[in-house]
Design a binder for this molecule. Sequence first.
Ligand SMILES: Cc1cc2nc3c(=O)[nH]c(=O)nc-3n(C[C@H](O)[C@H](O)[C@H](O)COP(=O)(O)OP(=O)(O)OC[C@H]3O[C@@H](n4cnc5c(N)ncnc54)[C@H](O)[C@@H]3O)c2cc1C
Length: 384
Amino acid sequence: MSIESFRTEARQWLAENCPEEIRVGSRDRLSRAQFDDWVRTLGTRGWAAPGWPTEYGGGGLDREHQAVLSQEMRAIKAVPPGGFGLTMLGPTLLELGTDEQKQRHLPPICRHELIWCQGYSEPGAGSDLAGLQTRAIEDGDEYVVTGQKIWTTGAPHADWIFCLVRTDPDAPKHEGITFLLFPMRQEGVQVSPIRLIDGSEHFAQVFFDGARASKSDVVGPVNGGWTVAKRLLQHERGVSNPEARAAGTAKRKGLVDLAREQLGEREGRLADPALRDRIAQHELDAQAFGLTMRRAAEEARADQSERQIAAMSKFYWSELGKREQEIAIQLLGSRGLGWSGEGFEESELARTRRWLITRADSIWGGTSEIQRNIIAKRVLMIPE
Ligand SMILES: Cc1cc2nc3c(=O)[nH]c(=O)nc-3n(C[C@H](O)[C@H](O)[C@H](O)COP(=O)(O)OP(=O)(O)OC[C@H]3O[C@@H](n4cnc5c(N)ncnc54)[C@H](O)[C@@H]3O)c2cc1C
């Protein structure tokens, strides 16, 4: 279909199927139920995963048509689809899964029928992920899993987990790890939510005591899971991460608008020259990052170079986001420090939370220090 016909079709479909409350630009403005319904709606058209093959429930669109769909969605501020299945496990399975695994796991991801969570971190293995201790022991056609994960986002609502387990405790630590998929709702899996300061319970500790996984759900070679784990992290950190792309575009306008709001009807400019300078510098950095991401996406089409860009992208957008929100709080002054109760606008309370959330962005998926290490070793090739 020609690009222009497709644009008309996409626009019309979105007009008919994207409810008003979904046109808010960002997932954090939606309830979980609203988000899930919306991704399921996109899934009926194959557009939850527009670039995946149609045989697995995707849209089968080439890059140009995908770009048009994104543009049309952005134009009405439709919240983009997301989740661990769509953004991390799916792309990894497409590349490294068996045909049978793709047939079985990808369609429910596209239809948003099954929610996935990520079982990487353990109490003694975060940055040093390869030090993980959760054990999986063979038992006929299955593995029996025992151990503990922590900081597992979405675990209280997840149906399945992609999990790193140790299958050979005697091998060097990177060589005894296997990448395993298994259901969360079974005896032998206990989810213990971690309550955050705002009362929410997105994270959990997950305890495995005899949990069962089918051998057909090992992704990649047994004891060769470290390579699969790293590839998935590249999807989490890299250009395929929508937040990385958004950092250079959507968020960029926020500060100038906010500064204008603070000035109100008054003419002129912000009195504080240091603050003006910070905003200008942020604008320049965000623009440069947005352009770098666009270039990286183009290069990735040609030669998979996103592998190189992943650490840089994760490091830069999370640090950029922190700086942006710090400036925003500086602009708002005491109005940016509300947590609850009367005396603050909803938008001000949301701003405080967004500022604090940016602190977490430079931790999940590997901290900024770890990204710096990767950039030094693997990209700049600096000797240890
Ligand atoms: C919002 C959020 C969501 C998360 N979701 C998930 C999830 O769904 N699944 C999952 O498995 N995990 C998840 N995590 C966990 C996350 O991956 C870990 O928190 C992260 O990898 C850091 O590990 P750690 O907390 O054990 O810190 P540590 O590894 O103990 O690090 C502590 C500090 O030491 C620094 N440090 C450690 N090693 C080095 C080094 N070699 N060089 C320099 N500095 C170093 C770190 O940068 C950090 O500042 C999530 C975390 C957050 C914040």
